[in-house]
Design a binder for this molecule. Sequence first.
Ligand code: PEP
Length: 275
Amino acid sequence: MGGNWKMQITRLGEAERIAENIAAAIENVSSVEVFIAPSFNALNSVGLTITKTKLKLAGQNMHYHEKGAFTGEISVLSLIEAGCEYVILGHSERRRIFGEKDDTINQKVLLAINHGLKPVLCIGETAEERANGRTAEVNQSQLAGSLRNVSAQQLQNVIIAYEPVWAIDNKFLNPNIEIKPATPEQASEAHMIVRDWIRKHYGQESAANIPIIYGGSMKEKNATELLTIEDIDGGLVGGASLSAEAFVPIIRSAEKLAKGEDKFEWDSNTLRFNE
Ligand code: PEP
């Protein structure tokens, strides 16, 4: 489970406090790995705040060169020094607002892996692409472009985040549509497309092992029904990761499902829990 804080928490003290609260709340979580991705300026101090806790740290982006004259960018080395274990790459806000393309995302993925940082590679189609029947094609093409020259062994360190752009709670990305989470059917179908692509290009073992997580308006109220889906291995959460109160119940849903504590079944399109 990942919390992507974007540029939402601008005060260091607040970032530290939220991180501390999340870390305290997940002390007994044992089956789910959790990371948060604060703003770059907060990485060092949040990293210090959560050392010796189960909460992990992620960068929201990085440059595709190790270091150099790249104004406004952040190096993989700085992320590692701050204590990051993960880095979110190719987020749709990076792709659609800042024009990032698969070939640079691919260089970043390779650089991160070579430095032992785990990329959380984001892919996803827009509302228009989905309406035009291009969901599979767009996601497959982003996978092919972003994972070029990534070996099966290297893929063991990659997490894929399927994030349909239209489901991301962001008015800049989605100015003209009503933003809503993917339905379980939509999410399930897309995750199957992603896993099938991995199977076709990397084989059955890689397909079975790679975590494919869902992102797009995941909240406490819809987390369980999304996380129950067989091909969904976790979540990347934006808005609902900005406080422990909102994020921790989602993590608890994941933990319960991972431990098989909830007994549930599908009754047509409704998820029903047995007593
Ligand atoms: C995201 O941007 O990665 C995301 C999933 O955001 P939200 O949960 O706010 O839709």
